[in-house]
Design a protein around this ligand. Sequence first.
Ligand code: GYE
Length: 323
Amino acid sequence: INEQNPDVENEVTKNYITVGFSQLGAESDWRSTNTESMLDAFSQENGYNLIYKNGQQKQSNQITAIRMFIQQEVDYIVLAPAMETGWDSVLGEAKEAGIPVIIVDRRVDVADKNLYSCWVGSDFELEGKKVAAWLKAFTEKRGISADDIHIVNIQGTIGSTAQIGRSRGLANAARANGWDILDEVSGDFTETKGREVMASFLRKYDNVNVVYCENDNEAIGAIEAIENAGKKVGADITNGEIMVVSFDGVNQEAINYAKEGKIACIAECNPHHGPRVSSLIKTLNSGGIPDKFNYVSEKLYSSFDDISEIVVDGSTYTIDELE
Ligand code: GYE
């Protein structure tokens, strides 16, 4: 391209890549940080025309958005899906229209994997396994017997990959270690529901001593409910304290709680997917074929120094302190 040519400007503008991005909602701090990362990456300065749609936690809104993107003949569709199932027809329509689809964050469960080009996100089950491994190592170190562990799980949005993976990580560890899971109810990844669900668990069970929150917003709500009930949050779980463990490490309030030990352990979930999706699109746009599944590596945080590392599936993870 001749940079002196005044037409170049128009050429370049025309050559912007048009992306339709269907975000699932705005339920958590993780989500707003993720949206920001996407909007930054798909800016005009970076050569994109972006059409952004917030699905308000409803799959039907996301399906409508994708149909609109197809109508508008966008170059690429980026989908952050609310749940795993129910995408076969609309992704079939995108394929029919010849528009590549990139999945980000949670996954889609479709019969034909060729309905999307690639996916980038976290290994949610691994995150769950890491938190469970930390709980096991921590309680063993403190001489707490498995029989004395009574867990409630405030789950994420049912049917979303983050919920499925994190719940599975806990369930398998509980079975293997002989922990008692008293109950599990969805808090939809929000602070309000986290508070409501925890309050009802406390009314129902007088022996809860570990709360597994599938994200930090739920943990913040759960801590409020525990304190409102006149109970103490902490790691001394055989002496009346209730331990909170969580996921994300994005929300500042939750980070502060983790520093104080009110959240005992957080599995990091990285929301900064904008540049990652952009680089996948750049690869596709230049005729390349990116890896189908692209995992982000993540840390485990705790300010308790009883244990310094855990081993999950043969890999060692050091436990970091939050900054
Ligand atoms: O952990 C939670 C958000 O899908 C990884 O969704 C994401 C999860 C995240 O609402 O905070």
